[in-house]
Design a protein around this ligand. Structure first.
Ligand SMILES: N[C@@H](CCC[C@H](N)C(=O)O)C(=O)O
Length: 282
């Protein structure tokens, strides 16, 4: 199988242009786990399969490094758009990508003849508790106390197609992410688990965040997470509708527009190409 290694702010993926999917093994979950393994495989936060679509230019299937399938991935979709454009597969400035969260529309941004960034219409965030999904009474989850391992965190829940649990803290550097992250990811309140973001407000137009991703653990960046953080910042009255989100791997610019849609702008990079052989057990 031919693959391309890509990343968005260090959130890295193995991308396979799989067409009809004919050349893929039946079990793509095991394939993702094996390919994403950082010691025994290529190493990545996720496997991204590009498949033929009947309703868009392409269908993006994203499988986390633990083999679970995600509805959407913000950093991957920027990489997908740049890859399709630069390889001449879809030579359009606006590319329609079918995902489990609906059709997303990345837009190629040019500068001096190069693709300098990708701006993505990430759709309308879903805020109803049942849409996260999160257990509990009907309504939205804004700054609501949640108990984990004897500690109480005030959480705001946002779905960008995938679930996010956003927690504002005074200092992200002081968060014991690898201790608390997995406990929140698998908290019984989230029946489909959740991505977890800790956020520090720098100013109304700027925040810092760290993320523990569902199915992947700590990553250098999360595009859907940055969008969820921007929405949560507005809901809590901490930030304006345009915000720069600083992540360990770099920064994203997020706008929650007046039409209710969230737009994410950031870079995408291709790192190398390779060939991966799947050895069948005798
Ligand atoms: N890194 C991604 C999100 C990938 C999926 C996530 N781990 C999930 O299971 O929802 C992003 O950039 O959005």
């Amino acid at each position: 199988m031919f693959f391309t290694k890509v990343h968005g702010l260090g959130n890295d993926f193995i991308l396979i242009n799989a067409g009809t999917g004919e050349g893929l093994p039946d079990d793509c979950s095991t394939l993702a786990r094996e390919m994403c393994d950082r010691r025994f495989g290529i190493g990545a936060d996720g496997l991204v399969l590009l498949l033929d679509s009947e309703v868009a230019d392409v269908r993006m299937k994203i499988i986390n490094s633990d083999g679970s399938e995600a509805e959407m991935c913000g950093n991957a979709i920027r990489c997908v758009a740049k890859y399709l454009y630069e390889h001449g597969i879809v030579r359009k400035d606006e590319i329609k990508v079918e995902t489990l969260a609906g059709i997303m529309v990345p837009q190629i941004i040019h500068n001096n003849g190069e693709v300098s960034a990708v701006r993505v219409d990430m759709g309308v965030p879903r805020l109803a508790r049942a849409d996260i999904p999160m257990l509990g009474p009907v309504g939205q989850v804004i700054n609501e106390p949640l108990e984990v391992a004897g500690q109480t965190f005030n959480v705001t829940a946002v779905s960008m197609g995938n679930p996010h649990c956003v927690i504002f803290v005074p200092d992200v550097a002081a968060v014991p992410l690898s201790e608390i992250g997995p406990l929140l990811e698998t908290h019984p309140s989230f029946p489909r688990k959740t991505n977890v973001e800790f956020v520090q407000t720098v100013s109304p137009g700027e925040v810092r965040m760290v993320v523990w991703e569902r199915g992947a653990g700590p990553t250098l960046a999360c595009g859907t997470g940055a969008c969820a953080v921007a929405v949560a910042g507005v809901l809590n009255g901490y930030t304006e509708k345009k915000v720069t989100v600083h992540l360990p791997g770099g920064s994203l610019f997020i706008e929650w527009a007046d039409n209710g849609r969230v737009f994410m702008t950031g870079p995408a990079e291709e790192v190398f190409n390779g060939e991966y052989t799947v050895y069948k057990q005798p």
